[in-house]
Design a protein around this ligand. Sequence first.
Ligand SMILES: Nc1ncnc2c1ncn2[C@@H]1O[C@H](COP(=O)(O)OP(=O)(O)OP(=O)(O)O)[C@@H](O)[C@H]1O
Ligand SMILES: [Mg+2]
Length: 313
Amino acid sequence: MTIAAFGAIHLDTLAHADRAILRDTSTPARLTTCPGGVAANVARALARLSPPCALAGAVGRDSDGDALLASLRAEGIDVSRVHRSDHPTGRYLALHDPDGGLAAAVVDGTITDALRPGDLDLAHPALAEADLWFLEANLPQPVLAQIAAAAGHRLLAADAVSIAKAPRLNEVLGRLDVLFCNREEGAALLGHARAGPETAPEEDAREIACALVALGVGACLVSDGPAPLALATPDACLHLAVAPAPVRDVTGAGDALIAGTLAARARGWNVVDAARAGLAAARVTVQAQGAAPATLTWDAVIRESATIATPVS
Ligand SMILES: Nc1ncnc2c1ncn2[C@@H]1O[C@H](COP(=O)(O)OP(=O)(O)OP(=O)(O)O)[C@@H](O)[C@H]1O
Ligand SMILES: [Mg+2]
């Protein structure tokens, strides 16, 4: 099974300061740049775990866009259908204190917000031949709707991205085979689906997952950092424990959970075992720096997922 990911493709600049970030003056720091954005991170992790992966979204006609595409291509991702936009390439800037904590972050995702349904060439073989499509709520609602409508027989998976953007998935919920969200995003999506822009009263991840399945999602995975992952399907509502790990950097943990789960689904694993593979991929990722670290391999996922207990409902 091959996979295509649709969504944000950013150039991330990460600053790691040598003292607590100071607000009114410059703080000495090490700066690194790397690809980012949910869809790009999921594609990078998939490229490490899985059969061929294509990525669609937008980058600018600028040197940042050229550099991003070259870097993603070198990681084995098919970027031939990435739209070149007149907007500047999306950027994310994070300032980290010496303990790794995030002091501040800003993002310019105008280029993704400006995507229109005609910009993505869904009929092109690079995308059309994929058996599983993954989309994420950085995309504008009309583009999400277009992709969901064109998905046809394919497996369709989605990530809710943030509390603010999660409600964009509202109108495609009934078409989703798999939905990934964290607890807060799930509550926001549920509240919006029921009543408008309000948070749902449910606080338990399992209740949120079950309620989203009741709205038509095929399987819903609700993560909660180091707390258990909730997994609901029409037949089951489970908690899967997150195995403790020496955490180095939680960047990309949610994206690795998605990539591990989808890579296992693409290999024909059932949804519960696929979620265990997702947890294994997240566990490998939090122990290394950045999303899609070199330690994230299918062998490592197999090894780690054997240590993740089979859940009981
Ligand atoms: N502190 C942690 N210790 C161990 N595992 C963690 C930790 N934080 C996250 N994880 C793993 O990563 C998975 C996803 O994490 P989380 O719920 O924080 O995702 P998220 O909120 O979508 O984050 P993001 O999208 O910013 O990566 C969790 O289910 C867990 O398996
Ligand atoms: Mg997330």
